[in-house]
Design a binder for this molecule. Sequence first.
Ligand SMILES: Cc1ncc(COP(=O)(O)O)c(C=O)c1O
Length: 422
Amino acid sequence: MTDAAQTANDVPPADAIAPDHDLFSKFDPLIAEREALLATGVRDPFAIVMDKVESPTQAIIQGRRTILLGTYNYMGMTFDPDVIAAGKRALDEFGAGTTGSRVLNGTYQGHRECEDALKEFYGTEHAMVFSTGYQANLGMISTLAGKGEYIILDADSHASIYDGCWLGNAEIVRFRHNSVEDLDKRLGRLPVGPGKLVVLEGVYSMLGDIAPLKEMVAVAKKHGCMVLVDEAHGMGFFGEHGRGVFEEAGVAADVDFVVGTFSKSVGTVGGFCVSNHPKFEVLRLVCRPYVFTASLPPSVVATAAASIRKLMDAGDKREHLWKNSRRLHQGLRDLGFTLGTPTAQSAIIAVMLPDQNVTVRMWQALLELGLYVNMARPPATPAGTYLLRCSLCAEHSDEQVGEILDIFAKAGHAVGCIPASA
Ligand SMILES: Cc1ncc(COP(=O)(O)O)c(C=O)c1O
């Protein structure tokens, strides 16, 4: 018997572990809930496999041609020929990966070129590329606010913002979602001396609602705070240059840090922070999620840079995306669905449903008719909120938007969640 086999034989079988010592016991309620749901015959909404992806808006799922309406691929850059060519060139010239941290062997000229593209896109002095948007929030938030300082965040913030708070040592203060009044009240209760970071998102991705950034940034500045805005879902199509909701709100001069991701409008993977703070570059030495992880592969930063440069001149795409979003919002409302926002505030349209059962049945009915959307439930959504999240793409054709509405009508009638007359 080999040493490895001996070791494997020494591990007790799972059923020999006393339940009170099994670290997995805490997941039993979740396992039971999932098993009960799948026993009803529905497909697992969190185990979809794309067998083939044909375009930013179309894939083959279980042998069926399916329209994609849940990808965050807002600007449809994943199949842009110039973006793909840039990635292939970098793969040939620089290899498959860097095998190193940005501060050791992992900064190639492509990483610098990507940061230059971001600086140009945002008109800032500094840009720092992280391996994901998740890590950008983790790194920026945990590093900027330290012991004895404060982070003030919206209660509905993305998980990466919460995790950034938990990774650091600052005091955490939450305010009611999108409430300028509550932000003001809570800031007013804090001591004047310590540093404070207010963290906001341009677009909140569950309901697709946008933050009242003009008012919120003014309140944050009145109380002497620094401001970080996550534009994960705003980059590409808000504001004159597509920088995000903060640009459209006219508050660029008062926003200290903008965090973003390459996994949505940019169409690849990666994260970033841009800023004009004169001491920004020191973060490359002290920000742990930047230092202690491998950098993005050369092909990825090359695709990101090519995509960002093209997004600087994407007025037609932006216009088409907004047209699609408004048409889908209006069409779903006319069918009788309850939506997350009264009008289309972003390219995310959330269809609100009463409970998990109806939501999964509706999700499956849409999929069987050839439409993929995201299903979202707590803890990703606020407590008790079940929804189907639709995100539009600038590459959805007018015909596809029409087809999407027809599919929603058929599925809604089949499941019984819209009036029969609609
Ligand atoms: C608001 C927000 N911030 C950050 C992220 C993380 O981005 P990434 O996918 O690059 O990790 C997401 C991703 O869903 C997000 O929605």
